[in-house]
Design a protein around this ligand. Structure first.
Ligand code: CU
Ligand code: ZN
Length: 193
């Protein structure tokens, strides 16, 4: 009967592990409700931008969890020179040609539209991309509002680039005009803590 007692104690052990796993998940979830959810360092995601209707804008936006926030590295081509609103929108739905199916700016905290450096803003408010004379925009910055884990995670939502500049104050969109490109944010690598 040695094997049976082994099975019994293994069962207890597995049960204890499952319990520990559950309480850790609950604690992480609770922390994220207070804006503290953080993916493990090195977690990465990408949005491959495809053109909206009557547009030739394309590009990539990479997201990497770093210790001070999420690093955003964007390269977008085919723009008109100048500033273009750049946001994370609520839905990963690019089914409509004008990309309006992606919904509004991602705003789970119910704040007004604002600038990226505002304390109170839509989580999706990333300001503007600045395109050069060739219509290419490159950006590389770290944002402290974006999250790649927890209930406010941006994974599965959409990055949208706009026709016009985001004025960083008009509600609720910054008056940035049409949507010239969009991409769904997908997982590249989920690091474990
Ligand atoms: Cu937008
Ligand atoms: Zn906004």
């Amino acid at each position: 009967m040695k094997s049976l007692s082994f099975l019994r104690s293994f069962g207890l052990f597995a049960g204890a592990l499952a319990f520990a796993g559950t309480s850790a998940a609950v604690a992480a979830d609770d922390a994220s409700h207070h804006g503290m959810a953080k993916a493990a360092k090195g977690t990465t995601a990408i949005a491959v931008l495809v053109p909206g209707q009557n547009s030739k804008v394309s590009g990539t936006v990479r997201f990497t969890q770093e210790s001070k926030g999420v690093r955003v590295q964007a390269e977008v081509k085919g723009l008109t020179p100048g500033a273009h609103g750049f946001h994370v929108h609520e839905k990963g739905d690019l089914s409509k040609p004008d990309l309006t199916s992606a919904g509004g700016h991602f705003n789970p905290t119910g704040h007004p539209h604002s600038a990226p450096d505002s304390k109170q803003r839509h989580i999706g408010d990333l300001g503007n991309l600045e395109a050069d004379a060739n219509g290419t925009a490159r950006a590389d910055f770290v944002d402290s509002h974006l999250q790649l884990a927890g209930p406010h995670s941006i994974i599965g939502r959409a990055v949208i680039v706009h026709e016009k500049a985001d004025d960083l104050k008009s509600q609720p969109t910054g008056d940035a005009g049409g949507r010239v490109a969009g991409g769904v944010i997908g997982i590249v690598e989920l690091k474990k803590k």
